[in-house]
Design a protein around this ligand. Sequence first.
Ligand SMILES: *Cc1c(COP(=O)(O)O)cnc(C)c1O
Length: 344
Amino acid sequence: MLLTKHPRVKLANLPTPIEKLERLSKHLGEVNIYVKRDDETGLAGGGNKVRKLEFLIGDAISKGADTIITQGAVQSNHVRQTVAAAAKMGLKSSAILERRVTDTNERFDKTSNVFLNYLLGIGSLRFVPGNTDMNKEMEKEAEIVRAMGGKPYIIPGGGSNAIGALGYVNAAVEIVSQINSQGLPINHVAVTSGSSGTHAGLASGFNALNAKLKLTGISIRQPEAFQIKKIKEETDKIAEFISIPKVEEKDIIVNSDYVGGGYGVLSDDAMEAIHLAASYEGLLLDPVYTGKAFGGLIGMIRKGHYKKGDNVLFVHTGGELGLFAYEDQIINYLNAKQNKGKVA
Ligand SMILES: *Cc1c(COP(=O)(O)O)cnc(C)c1O
């Protein structure tokens, strides 16, 4: 795997640590849970997109771009990390935010990641209704940049293409080398499966390394069949791009049982997971991705999906700055629990 020949800029503090969740593992019983701290990649709040952006921004700069264009949901962590990466590299940025989540309070459009986009110096931020053709919107934005004499570079939603996924092929190499050098007994890996680059990059890397790790992607948006097809397509593209073996469909595992009310809609499972991680480990999870995925992991543990004594690595992909956009709901949840006398 010759990842070194691809243009790359340094944005992340790597390697991120692997930590054991001692208290929470004991509380849940059955399995040992470890966390790969990709919430601590280091740029403006960190998260998984920083690894992808090292290659995407590297590619943009090598092509002479001066303006980065991307898109996401209103509280997109990807957009925030992209704007931060552009700022650090002295590039302009603009983004389009899709109102994908309805039933939000009036602060949703202003707080957390949205606020940070402005602070980080975004040039243009435009809101569009849910189900807008976002690729078309990015093309329109690129036209505007060109008309003003600029050189746009479009990064797809979530930074998920073969270039961005290289960040997670590398992360797979990093995880395997940490497991080996630290003698960790990890035999399962669980990760949030969203726009696909993270799951697909890890699957491709583990497969190429012949790693003895069973990877499960926990979907936060799409049904299982849809997500498996998407990950398969993405891993095929990665395989061609860097000449590694293709991941077989049977090795792509997706669990969509914890999507709940849909993208960005907090579920009780997710709120319990956010509360448990915070109160047992001082670990912050996010409402849209890692809270849901960790809720899924807890659900799978309780349902006996893992064998007693299994060692599961949860890849924490970040997002906790989005918590403030969901503050009211989480406080209501905590109050309701307290009234029942069930606070941990
Ligand atoms: C984007 C994101 C994900 C999902 O990663 P994909 O590569 O889009 O599947 C998971 N967690 C957080 C916090 C994210 O921001």
